[in-house]
Ligand binder design. Structure first.
Ligand code: CP3
Length: 371
């Protein structure tokens, strides 16, 4: 028996984690620190431009419109599962979707990334940010429901952008290398910064909860640009907001039938260049930590104290190397991953658009072929 939980923490009986579809999947088990016969594998940005079927479907539809069309978002989410046989789907959406749904003027410019109509630079700009009406999340709920209805025992990962990464786009007005304006605001107007991160935590947490309640079996928070922060700034000025963003999905629990132990929705936290931040990122309260390609997984696991499951960290640059070179690298990643309690094989960052999709399929086949 588990201690009595408030009803709000119990997932519905029809959720894939509750009804026996995904609670024992290699992915969910690995995020909870339990190894299976095979190492689960999926790829960040597996849904997207490396797939010809994605490029074909997207013709004539803008990125954010595709994310808000439940049929299209669901189909794009399923494409890499069908093609590669990966152990998880990741919901096709974008970290800026909750901003768009709240009414913030944001678009994704092909080849560039998210661009804001009006950058958020002052306390007044922050105060003017609109609240997110939960009803606007209907297309997200519909897309997730459609997707899990066909995924069967393959878990769907829901995701959201962490407050710092969202704030970096909002303040800079677009992609930036060093996020000087965002990091400047943090120190020049600490109250405006805190208010901005609180707003981001609220909208991104609402977006994440909608995905989990609709059927996602795990949730990943992307703090892609946190690696540009000092550990001190990360801990004091950013991590508390990331913890709040996860609160709406923290402890959501399924009580599967058939004697399977209760299972919480596992939470995963990832950022690029975060070797110095790994333990602090774990300490926002997650089950597993994603690692980029810059430090080997055995070193990452050591920095995490050896008790945290890790995800990663094939160098995306090696996807274009001859197979024997890539195979050696993947083998090395798998071996180093053994020093953690469990390992989910992934890339150290997203699939580059020019990647040959057959290479991704071959990695999956190779990993599944190893015990
Ligand atoms: O397969 C998956 O990983 C699921 C889909 C996904 C997308 N964006 C689709 C997408 C996920 C998880 C994201 C998250 C996201 N979006 C992050 C965090 C992950 C990371 O990469 O660090 C960030 C920083 C963004 C913001 C963003 N959106 C960028 C930087 C870009 C690239 C712009 C470009 O054209 O190079 C996007 C656009 C985007 N998001 C695309 C996709 C498939 C490409 C748009 C297209 O196909 O036209």
């Amino acid at each position: 028996m588990i201690p009595a939980l408030p009803d709000t923490h119990l997932l519905p009986a029809s959720h894939p984690l509750s009804d026996g579809r995904t609670a024992s999947s290699p992915l969910v088990r690995a995020y909870h620190g339990v190894r299976s016969d095979r190492t689960p594998v999926w790829f960040m940005r597996q849904a997207g431009r490396s797939l010809p079927e994605y490029r074909e479907l997207r013709v004539g539809t803008r990125m954010l419109d595709a994310c808000l069309d439940p049929e299209m978002a669901s189909e794009i989410t399923l494409q890499p599962v069908r093609r590669h046989g990966v152990d998880a789907a990741i919901f096709f959406s974008d970290i800026v979707i909750p901003l768009r749904l709240a009414g913030v003027g944001v678009d994704i410019v092909p080849g560039r990334g998210p661009v804001l109509e009006h950058p958020v630079r002052t306390a007044a700009d922050v105060a003017a940010l609109p609240p997110l009406d939960p009803d606007t999340l209907a297309p997200i709920t519909a897309a997730v429901q459609r997707t899990v209805a066909v995924l069967g025992s393959t878990p769907l990962i829901g995701f959201a952008g962490a407050p710092f990464t969202l704030a970096a786009y909002l303040v800079e007005g677009g992609p930036s290398k060093d996020h000087l304006a965002a990091r400047g605001l943090m120190h020049s107007d600490p109250d405006a910064w805190d208010a901005l991160l609180a707003w981001c935590a609220e909208v991104t947490g609402t977006f994440l909860r909608a995905q989990v309640l609709a059927g996602a079996s795990a949730a990943q928070l992307f703090d892609s640009w946190a690696g540009g922060l000092s550990l001190l700034d990360y801990r004091d000025r950013v991590a508390p907001a990331s913890a709040r963003a996860l609160d709406p999905v923290r402890g959501l629990t399924a009580t599967p039938a058939g004697g399977v132990d209760p299972v919480t929705v596992p939470l995963v936290h990832f950022g690029v260049g975060t070797g110095e931040l790994l333990a602090a990122m774990r300490d926002v309260g997650v089950d597993a930590v994603g690692v980029d390609w810059r430090i080997p997984l055995d070193e990452a696991s050591r920095r995490l104290g050896g008790a945290t499951p890790v995800q990663g960290n094939i160098d995306p640059a090696l996807l274009s190397a001859p197979w024997p070179v890539l195979e050696r690298h993947v083998t090395d990643v798998l071996e180093r991953g053994r020093s953690a309690p469990a390992h989910v094989l992934n890339l150290g960052h997203g699939v580059p658009p020019e990647t040959d999709p057959d290479v991704l399929s071959r990695i999956v086949e190779f990993v599944h072929g190893r015990a």
